[in-house]
Design a protein around this ligand. Structure first.
Ligand SMILES: Cc1cc2nc3c(=O)[nH]c(=O)nc-3n(C[C@H](O)[C@H](O)[C@H](O)COP(=O)(O)OP(=O)(O)OC[C@H]3O[C@@H](n4cnc5c(N)ncnc54)[C@H](O)[C@@H]3O)c2cc1C
Length: 455
């Protein structure tokens, strides 16, 4: 079967895949109160279900949320190796870009509108969870501010402006005093405001969705690492202590998928890192002038992105991404990348020199040769649904879950015909190439920024 190569039988059933690190200093886990929360019991014994979902990040939770609504009577079991939100979903930068699933091939207004609805769906679903289920994830829909640091980046920004304007979106380019009203940094020369887009606390989103999905009747088993999948008309899914047989399987393991034999040499874990400052004083906030609290990112290739947290910190990520030999799921912390991020923060905002960094962490996203997700259905019996290849994915994984449910229901609509559906994931090249991925991107970034004298 394409995209599946069972790991060596010597390991299967004996030793669980190496998935998790010993320690991760994640501010979001702390602020979501995860250390005091009850983690669900592991799966024990033999079970049967209609649908088994592997992975309790946004993809798995959104798939569960949407499938439950379409199939209220089916028995759905979700298996999560650690706890829901333990992967990238509970660790990310909290940035919700609304327009990431726009397809520039659409030219006529009607198909553009349908495609825009798909792209905006992720944020819409999060808002529905807030409105209908009281989800609390510090959601702030203030729009986005993209900033350029040199003339080349301004050109790219102008192209973005025209692209988004063409789609009828509310965008504006700011410079000089107008830009200073949004943000004050000697490095920024222009800013692009998009009224769409939001920021949030990612771990609260994941944990909140877990509760919602459970209340809807989905069984969630945490601490249940899947050790082996034997695909078939009825899939056999083994965990360390239990097993599930189910005719439909949803694979929602993104960067971890290769560890159980899926998407090997197609997607690979690429690590990205984030830091959280101490809460800023009111004079520090005033000095940087970030009063509209829009998600802020710059135009470098390996850009930095930052959001203000609900308790007044800056959460900033970017600078570099790391590939670890042999597609390893590796450390959740990286001192040298964290130090680069902090240096970049204080270069950007000199008023913050000396600010204390209280947390630094990272996590795996799924790299691929073209950095585009694929959501679809595969297998000899057409019963393995999946959503993988997410690099940026806070809202788009929500959409991915909806696509999976629609595919399962056999629907043909703007979701199931979107360009990411059943998109071919190209061969990722030999491992040595993957290890250059981060480095190549970084070199590219340094060249752009050097040209501006800003680095
Ligand atoms: C540091 C960082 C910053 C980021 N910043 C942003 C951002 O600001 N905006 C944005 O849009 N995106 C961002 N992303 C990307 C985004 O977080 C991901 O694209 C998204 O969360 C992927 O969700 P997922 O559910 O597909 O995967 P994950 O959240 O990784 O979930 C996969 C789950 O599967 C479980 N699992 C894996 N293998 C097994 C197994 N064998 N058995 C049982 N369970 C298993 C894991 O424990 C995990 O919980 C960032 C990612 C990182 C790491």
């Amino acid at each position: 079967m394409k995209y599946f190569s069972p790991p060596s039988t010597r390991r299967n059933g004996l030793k669980p895949p190496a998935l998790y690190e010993y320690f991760i200093d994640n501010f979001w886990f702390k602020s979501a109160g995860l250390e005091h929360e009850r983690i669900n019991e592991p799966l024990r014994g033999d079970h049967k279900a209609d649908i088994v979902i592997i992975g309790g990040g946004y993809t798995g939770l959104s798939a569960a949320y949407n499938i439950r609504q379409k199939f209220p009577d089916k028995k759905i079991m979700l298996l999560e190796g650690a706890c829901c939100g333990y992967g990238a979903s509970g660790r990310n930068g909290g940035f919700c870009i609304a327009t990431s699933l726009l397809d520039s091939n659409f030219k006529d207004p009607e198909s553009r509108k349908r495609n825009l609805d798909v792209s905006l769906y992720g944020i819409k679903q999060i808002k529905a969870c807030i409105a209908d289920h009281g989800l609390d994830c510090d959601f702030e829909e203030n729009g986005m501010l993209d900033v350029a640091m040199n003339a080349d980046q301004v050109k790219v920004m102008e192209a973005d402006y025209h692209f988004l304007k063409d789609w009828g979106l509310d965008v504006e380019i700011l410079q000089g005093k107008a830009l200073e009203k949004e943000i004050k940094s000697p490095r920024y020369t222009a800013g692009l405001i998009t009224s769409l887009g939001a920021t949030l606390n990612p771990a609260k989103l994941a944990r909140g969705m877990k509760n919602i999905v459970e209340e809807m009747g989905v069984e969630i088993w945490e601490q249940s690492v899947v050790t082996r999948v034997v695909p078939g008309r009825v899939h056999h899914v083994d965990t360390e202590l239990g097993a599930v047989k189910a005719p439909d399987l949803v694979l929602a393991t993104n960067a971890y998928s290769h560890k159980i034999g899926f998407f090997v040499n197609r997607t690979f874990p690429l690590y990205t890192y984030v830091v959280a400052t101490e809460p800023l004083s009111s004079s520090q906030w005033e000095a940087i002038g970030w009063q509209n609290r829009r998600g802020l990112s710059d135009y470098r290739m390996l850009f930095n992105y930052m959001i203000p947290s609900a308790d007044g910190r800056i959460i900033i990520g970017g600078s570099d991404s790391k590939y670890y030999h042999n597609d390893e799921i590796a450390p959740g912390n990286n001192k040298s990348v964290s130090q680069d991020i902090v240096k970049d923060l204080t270069d950007t905002f000199p008023a913050l020199v000396g600010i204390k960094i209280e947390h630094a962490w990272g996590g795996p996203t799924a790299g691929s040769r073209d950095f585009t997700p694929s959501v679809g259905v595969m297998g000899d019996h057409g019963n393995i649904y999946y959503g993988v290849g997410y690099n940026e994915g806070v809202p788009s994984t929500q959409t991915g879950g909806r696509i999976i449910a629609d595919l399962m229901a056999g629907e043909k609509n703007e979701f199931t015909t979107h360009y990411i559906v059943n998109r071919n994931i190209p061969y990722a090249g030999p491992q040595i190439m993957r290890s250059f991925f981060g480095a190549l991107k970084k070199m590219y970034m340094v060249n752009i920024v050097k040209a501006s004298g800003n680095f």
